[in-house]
Design a protein around this ligand. Structure first.
Ligand code: GLY
Length: 365
């Protein structure tokens, strides 16, 4: 596979999608091959990915349309700050890929302000009794003690805010959360739970929930991929080797459960005849394994990353102008009906992975 040809094909496709999408904030592709628009649901957790993809490709080719579109989305997200219920632990996904990218590429003070507002809110979700960041909101308080594996990807917002402000509180909170996640969200065999439930008053761990996976005890593939990439990122930001060892255990488990096809199922424990795939998990894992290989010096992770990428490129990418989505087989969750469709974060991480191999990525985490 020629990576230069691959990134050119991605670029051509995303240019077309950018022209076609106009003001949209894409999330999922509909049956007619067009992305929907989450502008009306401004607090949705995926609302940073399209801007992140545009910034990555802007850095690659300096197309002003990409920059203007990404800047408009960043501004639109300001409405999210006014909704307490809409501010949850996904601030990293939303603002690292919008304001964080803008700050990195243009030095914008407004973007720095947004990044710090988001980080302050995320830090405010810390539960000192349990040492975790609360994941989601709810009116009854039922979820006050819920921590989830996905949050490992939001921690870089805190690490970065700590560096920007020279205030050690941010990384202290991120570190405590990562340690709690290592203990309660990763099982002995290196598989990741999706949700850990704690008593929010005492911090005592009570149970795991299946969340977006098949059920309790299973291995939701995207969660496993968040764990590989997320613990690697915590190592990169803190230098703590325990996080690197955890990332390796998660990676080894993920790779040991992959089917011979190399196509990643929605849950690593699902029945062999279940057709649900999650290309987004494959793309996230490709990114995480690449960074893990750099951090450990182990070539096996880079080789695995490349194989995942090549399998997606060869079998699960639609480069045609007919449809908006690039990765064709992503699943929102094991349960529910949204399977084998294009989702914007699949396209984001696929593009990030290609750029990593070309040494052209802007590192946003
Ligand atoms: N963070 C939610 C998901 O991965 O679906």
């Amino acid at each position: 596979m020629d990576l230069r040809e691959l990134i050119e094909a991605v670029y051509r496709k995303e240019l077309l999608v950018a022209v076609r999408s106009g003001e949209k904030i894409p999330y999922a592709e509909d049956g007619a091959g067009r992305f929907d628009d989450k502008s009306g649901d401004i607090c949705w957790w995926t609302n940073g990915f399209w801007a992140g993809l545009l910034w990555q490709l802007y850095a690659y080719r300096r197309n002003a349309l990409f920059r203007r579109t990404a800047e408009r989305i960043e501004k639109k997200l300001d409405r999210n700050f006014l909704s307490a219920a809409g501010m949850d632990h996904d601030s990293g996904f939303k603002w690292l890929l919008t304001a964080g990218a803008d700050l990195q590429l243009t030095g914008s003070e407004k973007s720095k302000n947004r990044l710090l507002l988001a980080a302050n809110d995320l830090a405010g979700r810390f539960n000192p009794a349990g040492g975790f960041l609360r994941a989601w909101n709810d009116e009854t308080g039922e979820k006050a003690g819920w921590a989830i594996i996905d949050c490992m990807m939001n921690l870089p917002l805190l690490y970065r805010a700590g560096k920007l402000t020279r205030d050690p509180r941010f990384s202290a909170i991120a570190l405590r959360h990562a340690e709690t996640a290592r203990r309660y969200l990763i099982r002995e065999d290196g598989s990741a739970r999706h949700i850990a439930v704690f008593d929010p008053a005492t911090g005592a761990f009570s149970e795991e929930l299946g969340g977006q996976g098949m059920g309790r005890g299973s291995s939701w593939s995207r969660g496993q991929a968040w764990a590989i990439y997320g613990f690697t990122l915590s190592y990169l930001h803190t230098g703590r080797r325990a996080f690197l060892r955890t990332a390796e255990r998660c990676a080894d488990r993920f790779l040991s459960l992959l089917p011979a096809s190399g196509l990643v199922p929605a849950d690593l424990c699902q029945p062999a005849d279940c057709p649900y795939e999650d290309g987004s998990a494959a793309a996230i894992a490709a990114c995480g394994l690449f960074e893990l290989s750099r951090a450990t010096g182990k070539g096996k992770y880079r080789a695995a990353s490349r194989t995942l990428l090549e399998t997606l490129a060869g079998k699960r990418c639609d480069f045609s102008p007919a449809r908006d989505g690039l990765l064709t087989h992503c699943s929102v969750a094991y349960q529910g009906g949204e399977h084998n469709i294009a989702l914007i974060y699949g396209d984001y991480f696929f593009t990030e992975a290609v750029l990593k191999f070309l040494d052209k990525e802007i590192f946003l985490w």
